[in-house]
Design a protein around this ligand. Sequence first.
Ligand SMILES: Nc1ncnc2c1ncn2[C@@H]1O[C@H](COP(=O)(O)OP(=O)(O)OP(=O)(O)O)[C@@H](O)[C@H]1O
Length: 321
Amino acid sequence: MNPSEDLIQKCIVEGQVKFYDYTRFKDLELIGEGGYGKVYRATFKDNEITVALKSFKGNHITIKEIVNELKLHCRANMDSNIIHIHGVTKNEDKQNLNFTHYMFVLEYADSGTLRSYLRNNFKNLSWHDKINFALQIARAIKCLHVEGIIHCDLHSNNILVHQKNIKLTDFGLSRRLDEATNSNQKFGGIIPYTDPQSFEGTRHGKKIFKFNKKSDIYSIGILMWEISSGYPPFKDDIEPYQLVLLAGEIKNGRRENHIEGTPPAYIEIYTDCWQYNPDSRPDIQQVFLRLKDLSDNNDHDINKIDQCFNKLKVHEPIHSK
Ligand SMILES: Nc1ncnc2c1ncn2[C@@H]1O[C@H](COP(=O)(O)OP(=O)(O)OP(=O)(O)O)[C@@H](O)[C@H]1O
């Protein structure tokens, strides 16, 4: 057994994570591939439940990070807006004795990522649905922050949708793996969601910024805007050659334009979240309560906005404050 497997084995032995024999799964079908492995849809034979099996490739360092995140994921396993981790399994290829592959056994989300969901379903979403998505993201992050976990990598491809409900996934994992693998390409796509405080330079050769809870709040602001528009922020500016420029502009205050028809209270929440100064951003409890208030008490107003915009069916940008 190699040292990486040792670490995972230790988690299993210590009861931190449940182990499922690989033979208990059937009908594996590849459904996605991320920076560090493949994702399969599979059926758990015992009860015919559909699950997602997520494999990992990587060296000892990345496996160490995966084990840390595995422990974090197990700690935040109680919230219905966070993908549930059932445990781990191990695919042992009998033909190739060098090949052993641990996989996470995860709750399966049936509607893809939030980004693809918005792309395919935006026209049919009411403001009530959109506020509910934002509220569910806030609820998931609230659960992490209460546990002392910072996601650090919130964007619409790390959020899944299941039966019109938000399912947060990959918390903290991708960012740490990116650092370990030095992948700048993926970082490009997430620049618009990243706390612009992190774009500050280095002092005495050291990066002075540390991601913190307010960094997640910044990302929630951007995600709320994306939910209001149906498409990712600065989608035309994320070519590699534009990235440095874009990061500088965001640091200097550039933000997306508001979408016409967005409830003013919703705009107020996300503009507070995407403030440059972290002290001016609300904490997650405040974001959650403000969204809950909007969802609970403003049904009437929101319905009026929905009716009005369903007639017009326009989503033109208007200028930011
Ligand atoms: N629990 C799940 N249920 C359903 N589909 C999933 C699940 N987890 C991942 N997927 C699908 O697999 C794809 C790849 O997921 P994965 O988390 O490996 O990569 P990523 O988030 O795109 O990239 P990275 O992990 O490098 O940040 C996702 O885009 C999603 O479509």
